[in-house]
Design a protein around this ligand. Sequence first.
Ligand SMILES: *Cc1c(COP(=O)(O)O)cnc(C)c1O
Length: 383
Amino acid sequence: MIPLLVPDLPSVHDILPWLKQIDENRWYSNYGPLCQEFEHEITGLLKRENPNSVNSFSMVSTCSGTTALEVALSAYRFRPGTKVLLPSLTFPATATAVIRSGLIPVLVDVDPNSWILTPEIAEQALIKSGAKVVIPVAAYGCKINEELWQLFAEKNNCRVLIDAAGAFPSQTPRQKVDICYSFHATKSLGIGEGGGIVSVDNLYLDICRDITNFGFSNGTIHTAGMNAKLSEYHAAIGLAQIARFNEIKLKRQALYATFRSKLEFLSDKIQFQNADIPKLPTLFVIKLGQNAKDLAHKLHDYGITTRQWYCPALHNHQAFKSYVKNLSLKYGSLINSQILSEQLLGLPFHPFLSNTDIDYMCSSLAKALVENSQSSRAMTTVA
Ligand SMILES: *Cc1c(COP(=O)(O)O)cnc(C)c1O
């Protein structure tokens, strides 16, 4: 079987020099020297990779992308029950973070071509619902336009938090636009588990920092926080991983470009996301003109693992249904999220794929698409 995803983390050999520093420091968590260096290095990397970004911002690290979202939302200190807009086509953690922060998720639709929540879609829902925060999701690692969201936040007097969990290092913050990243093993810069909140607002980041550390501020609890700190061990892996960043980036970019160009011959049968492509691609998702389930089975028979990422859409999960009934449908249909969640299919994508693997996947996909259209035509005839 060609696996869907193979994490690419630094070897023990690469991590060892950093672990030796931990031995010397005898400091294991609570923002030790490696964690501070990791935060500093990540910020520098984001600035180098995004030369047009605003030049002053920093990161507070967390123990996962999900806790980064929870901490970032809690640190806005909105009243419990404040509404938050988010797309129905996303990973469930975007919504669980909202609920666990005492806020109310309002699910809205995505654009059928870019597969993301746009300011145009958000505006009507924001006005009608009175939401104070919007969480656009950098779906499948694509890059979202932060400038447009900054204008949106100014115009509508709200905060924007980009869930860029899978999009490192494409997004940088603006005055009213904050960013959450994940460093999970399966994401673009994997360190095992980890995350970060990136913002230009230092006072806001101080609150985030306190919330990751139980809520302590000068020895007493100001906000009920949690323990979301990144350990020194994860920071060690992070520092070893940053040293490999350019190598990882070039490999993934080359592979992505090859895969895309080799699939051109199927462009009448499959579509790609019409958005800025990731700086560091980690997923490879295509849109079919039909439900992806049958094709996934056929590809499995060819020895190719696939995944229907973000399927089902959030409005079909038990935990979020009550919010849909009470709120979301009032603010527009979720039809694009519904269709995309059924028709998108993630193909294997990782740096260990060979050109032979890619050729095999392309020809198998072409065969499976023909078989699929034949069997669906046969069914139509019978019916
Ligand atoms: C991966 C992911 C998360 C969760 O990040 P973790 O580090 O696994 O907690 C949240 N949102 C999106 C869009 C993701 O892809």
